[in-house]
Design a protein around this ligand. Structure first.
Ligand code: NOJ
Ligand code: CA
Length: 712
């Protein structure tokens, strides 16, 4: 599949590169992106990147500082190069589209460190139409076997004081709201005020996390992240404000080292996605393309799905995780009932079964919750002992009879040594009872003590969980993991994860600002699907407890639109059954919406402002559209030209009422039905913090006679 590129000419160019400080240039297949490589005056190797002639990355350093052996890898002699081209199409097990094109030009630099260590490394560059990916490789060699990375010296020098959508650099949490500022105004100490995050480890005023989204004053959208994070710590970025240069900052381990490797080894890919259209950023599949194909051959048991859960009722303080009814998490003095009791779980099973929802998550089913948080204690949960009022046998049989499945919950409280000891036993219990999906959680400081959520040790743990659950044919949804980097291509049983500030923050903190969901797809979701838990219908927490001020910062209609704009093959219908039963007309959208797709059209988008996406359900003719806005009301006219020409559809529009807004009137919505087709121009009126969800389902003859054409 790989084709050799311009082998002859290259030798000459490279000769110049080494001895006369000339550039090596490599263009993207469409010619818009250009990668340049050369040496600085001091001999350091640098790369640069332009898009349609505009600077994306100014000359930026590459290399490492090793601790063992004590060597800097920054000045190199070029031994040889290799260039190839790939153009292939592959089919994901599930995803936003049924096939993905992987098309890039690749250049490999074979380099020898210059100061006499004799160490050789390769740097592999892939230039796609949508961006650049590059990684380091340490080949097997006599001069390097075991080694310890003190620092990765990769830089991302930007061309100016861009607008940035950032969260503070942190070794343990990504659960921040986004700040939108100029690069020069980045101030990670703002994270110190975010006390509702369980474990935070801020470390530098100028540090941010990836995926980092930026917009330049001349209209370029730039996203920096990484792909295929395996056996290596996550990369944060620390800004040198004097030159707008980000320096890679790897999350350290308990003794201050970054990564322990043995040659042969590779690093994750460093990714820079770029376009002059915001919609292209959301459409990019580069990060997936840089990950390895599925390691799971039989994927028949992997099923994208919707689920409900004995979950939100604990977050809103109506019931508890622990059996004694104490309020874990919300520190409420009054005792409430234990949520995961057999009768209550049956209620959720009934609701799921009645509404065609496959899964029921049950949190608080197992012993340990009395003691789970804040003590840095090692043996809290055993993941196999149910509370006495949770009858696992009876519930398994009940769910089976109703054609649905309980989703297991493994909160580790950050005690990962303990979880690793229990994993096999816990997954065997799941197999015994026919559970095929687990939600894991890592709330708390990590054990082994001193390790961080995003360090190499934990990155290895998360991969082990993905692998081991796959061995047991179990799908997994991880909460509080390192943020994703496209590994769900390699482990498609890794359906989703959290790794950002989810909807739950709206239940018990100042919450997520209305713009939050217009930023997440440009940041966190670039690496993979998020278990955001949309679908909250009861917006104000004062409905549960009159003294509460907290609320979801969207309208109800926007909660529906999130099923389309926040891509995930695992989508929760997060609210309580009774709240859905009170509004079954609106719940119909959640019932209908797909979770796996043949095609996706990013219709319009601007980070921090709005997103409009349409998706076609896998192997069906149905389309679903979601449009969301930030705190501002916005109107759009959207052409439905993605629909099959000549086909008529019933468009069911779930929109904000004229007087709706997230703060004062969030639950008012209107549902309308029209006939629509590829020529329809749909008017969208999104209220402040609002949205519109639309289902487009082929119309029957009878419906065509009964229902009005849109716009007439
Ligand atoms: C935090 C998770 O994000 C949330 O979904 C879960 O309910 C709690 N931890 C308890 O495990
Ligand atoms: Ca969380």
């Amino acid at each position: 599949m790989f084709k050799k590129l311009f082998a002859g000419i290259l030798a000459i160019t490279l000769f110049q590169f080494v001895y006369a400080d000339q550039f090596i240039n490599l263009h993207s297949p469409d010619g818009n992106l250009q990668l340049g490589l050369n040496n600085r005056d001091n001999g350091d190797l640098v790369y640069r990147l332009t898009y349609k002639g505009k600077t994306v990355i100014a000359p930026s350093g590459l290399g490492f500082k090793l601790r063992v052996p004590d060597v800097s890898l920054i000045k190199f002699t070029l031994i040889s190069t290799d260039s190839t081209l790939l153009d292939e199409t592959w089919k994901p097990v599930w995803g936003e589209q049924s096939s993905i094109r992987n098309n890039f030009k690749q250049l490999v630099l074979n380099l020898k460190e210059q100061s006499g260590s004799g160490i050789t490394i390769k740097i592999i560059f892939r230039v796609f139409n949508d961006g650049l990916g590059f990684r380091y490789e340490f080949p097997k060699q006599d001069k390097l076997n075991h080694f310890i990375i003190a620092d990765e010296l990769t830089q991302f020098a930007l061309s100016g004081d861009h607008k940035a959508f950032w969260i503070p650099g942190d070794y343990d949490s990504n659960e921040y709201g986004y700040y939108t500022t100029k690069l020069s105004e980045i101030d990670a100490t703002r994270g110190e005020k975010v006390t509702e995050i369980a474990v935070r480890t801020l470390y530098d005023k100028n540090a941010v996390q990836t995926p980092l989204m930026m917009k330049t004053s001349d209209g370029l959208y730039i996203n920096i992240h990484e792909a295929a994070l395996i056996n290596y710590p996550a990369m944060n970025l620390v800004l040198d404000k004097s030159s707008f240069t980000f320096n890679a900052h790897l999350v350290p381990d308990a003794v201050g080292n970054k990564a322990y490797l043995q040659a042969p080894a590779v690093t994750p890919w460093r990714t820079i996605i770029v376009s002059d259209k915001a919609t292209d950023i959301l459409a990019s599949k580069m990060i997936l393309n840089l990950n390895e194909p599925s390691k799971i051959t039989d994927v028949s048991w992997i099923k994208p799905q919707k689920f409900v859960g004995v979950w939100w009722e604990m977050h809103v303080g109506k019931s508890s995780w622990d059996c004694s009814g104490g309020q874990v998490g919300s520190q409420q003095a009054t005792k409430v009932t234990h949520g995961a009791n057999t009768a209550n779980v049956k209620k959720y099973i009934d609701f799921a079964s009645k509404n065609g929802i496959n899964g029921i998550l049950v949190e608080g089913w197992n012993t340990g919750w009395e003691d789970w948080f804040g003590n840095w204690k090692e043996d809290v949960f055993d993941f196999v002992t149910p509370y006495p009022d949770f009858n696992i046998k009876e519930l398994t049989a009940y769910a089976k009879a109703k054609g649905v499945k309980i989703i297991m919950h493994h909160e580790t409280s950050g005690s990962v040594t303990n979880y690793e000891r229990w994993m096999d036993t816990a997954y065997r219990l799941m197999r015994k009872y026919g559970y095929d999906a687990v939600k894991t959680g890592y709330v708390g400081r990590i054990i082994p003590r001193g390790e961080h959520h995003d360090g190499q040790w934990m990155v290895r743990h998360f991969e082990r969980v993905a692998k081991k659950t796959a061995d047991y044919h179990i799908m997994v949804d991880m909460h509080e993991p390192v943020r994703p980097t496209g590994l769900h291509r390699t482990y498609p049983n890794f359906l989703a994860c959290e790794a950002a500030r989810g909807n739950e923050f709206n239940a018990w903190s100042m919450g997520n600002m209305p713009e939050h969901e217009t930023i997440l797809p440009f940041t966190r979701l670039m690496g993979g699907p998020m278990d955001y838990t949309p679908g909250i219908f009861k917006i104000k927490m004062s409905d549960y407890n009159s003294s509460k001020q907290e609320q979801v910062h969207t309208t109800l209609a926007k909660q529906l639109a999130l099923y389309v704009t926040m891509y995930s093959p695992l989508q929760m219908a997060a609210d309580l059954p009774e709240n859905y039963e009170a509004k079954m007309d609106a719940f119909q959208f959640i019932k209908d919406v797909a979770v796996d797709w043949d095609d996706t059209k990013i219709i319009d988008a601007e980070p921090g402002d709005y997103i409009i996406i349409a998706r076609k359900a896998k192997e069906k003719a149905n389309w679903f559209m979601g449009a969301i806005t930030d705190e501002n009301a916005r109107s759009f006219t959207t052409e439905l030209n993605f629909l099959d020409a000549g086909k008529k559809y019933i468009a069911t529009i779930y929109r904000d009422a004229e007087n709706a807004d997230w703060k004062n009137n969030p639950e008012k919505y209107v549902i309308e039905k029209f006939i629509a087709d590829a020529a329809t121009k749909l008017k969208l009126n999104l209220r402040p913090g609002g949205g519109t969800a639309v289902s487009l389902i082929p119309a029957t003859e009878a419906e065509l006679k009964k229902i009005k054409q849109y716009g007439n």
